[in-house]
Design a binder for this molecule. Structure first.
Ligand code: MF3
Ligand code: CO
Ligand code: CO
Length: 259
């Protein structure tokens, strides 16, 4: 049972998506060696609440204690911002922002390099972003949902990386997470078919080592079992009558160039 958004819903999704994308644009200048992930959280929290008059969806979501997720190096996703986590030269960090505006969610994340990245970290982040873009580019009504995962899996494997299987993309709208699940691995021409008016995220998590993950004792932070590096990028997508619209597109992105 996948919700089909009305014209009015879609307009609200556009607004929420744009706000989420603007948080990622705003926070970039603060991602520097010496900053704590707690400080990044506070800056995003205040921006969302005071400047955007919106709600940071993660805060108190199923007990999550902060307003954004910050996942550094071997952390896969759902990292909890903390005073103790100070960014250092050549770290990579995913910042995942979800805002609620007029009852609708926009969910997006990107990787940031802290200073100069290692060759491997830079390649992992680039390939993961390409996985997301390649998957987005095939979205249109009638597409089997399995094709999204198949495209991501192929590009990751072609680059000798692995795909996290324990977490997936999701339908989104009035709810943070709704049907359908969007797996980042899969088989072409399997699964449900996309329809105009569906909104969902594509958010591949790709590891430089093995695919297995482990949940830390804080109940949230997901890490790679082998402590290899992990990267993730996420956009919220609308299925249009003949393709897709990226609801969380940032000004810095030039999709044509990257495909
Ligand atoms: N933003 C994440 C996603 O892409 C979900 C974070 S849930 C939280 O689905 F509770 F950790 F914030
Ligand atoms: Co998401
Ligand atoms: Co997210």
């Amino acid at each position: 049972m996948v919700d089909i958004k009305s014209k009015v819903d879609i307009e609200k999704m556009r607004v929420a998506g744009k706000l989420a994308s603007e948080v990622l644009e705003m926070i970039g200048q603060y991602v520097k060696p010496g900053v704590s992930t707690e400080e990044l959280d506070q800056i995003c929290h205040d921006y969302i609440v005071k400047e955007q008059n919106a709600i940071p969806a993660p805060l108190n979501y199923k007990g999550f204690p902060k307003s954004i997720c910050t996942s550094v190096n071997h952390q896969v996703c759902h990292g909890i911002p903390s005073d103790d986590k100070i960014l250092k030269e050549s770290d990579i960090i995913n910042i995942d922002v979800t805002v609620i505006k007029e009852g609708f969610h926009g969910d997006t994340s990107k990787m940031y390099h802290v200073g100069k990245p290692s060759i491997l970290a830079e390649r992992l982040c680039k390939v993961t972003q390409e996985c997301m873009y390649q998957a987005i580019s095939i979205v249109k009504p009638g597409l089997h949902i399995g094709n999204i995962g198949a495209v991501i899996q192929k590009h990751a494997y072609d680059n000798n990386f692995s795909v996290v299987k324990d977490y997936c993309g999701h339908g989104i709208g009035k709810n943070f997470h709704e049907s359908p699940q969007i797996l980042h691995y899969g088989i072409k021409n399997t699964g449900i078919r996309l329809e105009e008016g569906m909104t969902f995220t594509i958010e591949p998590m790709i590891n430089s080592g093995k695919y297995k993950t482990k949940l830390l004792n804080d109940g949230w932070t997901v890490v790679t079992q082998d402590h290899s590096l992990s990267a993730q990028w996420e956009h919220t997508i609308l299925v249009t009558n003949n393709g897709y619209e990226i609801l969380t597109l940032r000004d810095e992105e030039n999709i044509e160039k990257k495909l």
